[in-house]
Design a protein around this ligand. Sequence first.
Ligand code: NDP
Length: 527
Amino acid sequence: MSQTKQSSLLDATVVSTNRLASLADRVDTTDERPELDVRTPIKDEPIGAVPAATAEDVAAAVDRARVAQSEWENRSIEDRGDVLRRFGDLVLERREWLLDIVQLETGKARVDALEEILDVPLTCSYYGSNGPSILAESKRTGAVPGLIDAHVTTDPVGVAGVISPWNYPLTLAITDVIPALLAGNAVVCKPDERTPYVALALAELFEEAGLPSGVFEVVTGDGPTVGPALIDRVDHVTFTGGTETGRAVAERTGRNLIGSSLELGGKNPMLVLGDADVETAARGAVEGAFTNAGQLCLAPEGIYVVDSRYEDFLDAFVDATRRLSLGLEFGYRPDVGSLIDSDHLERVQSYVEDARADGASVCAGGRSRPDVGPFCYEPTILTDVDPDSAIATEETFGPVVSVEPVSDAEEAIERANSSSYGLNASVWTTDLARGRSVAREIDCGTVCVNDPYAVGWAAVDAPMGGFGDSGVGRRHGPEGLRRYVEVRTIATSKIGPLGDSPHLPTKWYARAMTAVTRLQRRLVGWF
Ligand code: NDP
């Protein structure tokens, strides 16, 4: 494995070039492979390189996972839960090391990286404690209660492929892996090529937690090569990323007749109702729109404020946004960090410039900040945005949000539901019952009342996912575990075959079955 000269940046962290190289060595490739440089957005300089895996390497990783899976599935679910809980403890214990790696790879603020860490032990404990009852064999109502019974059992699907993005490289690489492993599957993870090290660090911690070798494999490389090769060999695919890539993944899993869950983009609305506390709503808007420099699939990108609160809300939001600090350091001081790379910076800039050309006003931000970091962009608030423009309809995935007045809650709901996406929304009101009732009208997989996204995500017991262009399937909760099992119905008859009997004339058989069906209809729900 080639090593990059120690970057001066690495002197500020507990991560060394050699340590990154030792993580890259975990990727098991059959031959000497070409490598992909990994660059840090903090300085736009290389920090190391990882193997560019081929389809052959992917096949070898899936084969190793398949062998390891057959032993792992034979361990009790409680044993598997213990390994996952130990892993969760290790993630917390080694957080400073992991935080440094996440910051190096993404340039995000440390507080945003911490959010990723805290999520892992919670998810491990949730599935470790609740998994056994969610997957336990269950008794169902048989065709003729008392005479024919039905039981449902679950088995792991086998090897799951997890394809994860760069924006939350720790959480999104691992949050879907935990239930897959608990259910008795092996996992092959393909992290984004820009952020491979944190997934490799997690593989090391899994090993230390006692996960048998081969049960969690990481293959690094570029998406169009590794992704399809993985999808063609595994038994389920969990994908988080852009909607267009998600469609390609869905086409391929469809052709292979395997299950998939896809968490894609969002154009998340925030609705500020007439009775909202504007200071609280403004604080929530700052938290939601600018966390992780807006590179969050759940972040609000359009805020609809009832006329009577519009000016007060906008003043409070602009004021709080201008107080945010933009910076790049391995400490908790800056509020907002960098965008991932130059392409993404250009995309965000062009959305804002096009919006300006179409008549939008910039109330805060609106500039890149190369003086702070090569890909830094100021938290930006726009008003007077053309509702048909790209910035109003397409996911920006940056620190940019538009604010628009609406006449009432009904218009806010209508604007919220005008998007083809449906991932996350929030409703702001002092009347919680009204907030929940408005939430029921919004076509999104999660709707948070008086919080931009965190209360929905942190409710690990509740499913998360998208309507429409935001995806298919759900992570978290029982739904997030059940996607990783095959269910089998075992129906047992105490009276032999249910069909026509040779000892009974067909006429009598028909009468008997009609009577049984009538009785059954009356008894539905009793058993
Ligand atoms: P992608 O959808 O391209 O990347 C997500 C993951 O998919 C990466 O690991 C990528 O690998 C992999 N991938 C790429 N091509 C394929 C393929 N043909 N088959 C299987 N896997 C593949 O997202 P981008 O990084 O390009 O971001 C584009 C936009 O998507 C963002 O600007 C944002 O709008 C949205 N997005 C949404 C996310 C969310 O959390 N819902 C997360 C990230 C992006 P590699 O990059 O190594 O090639």
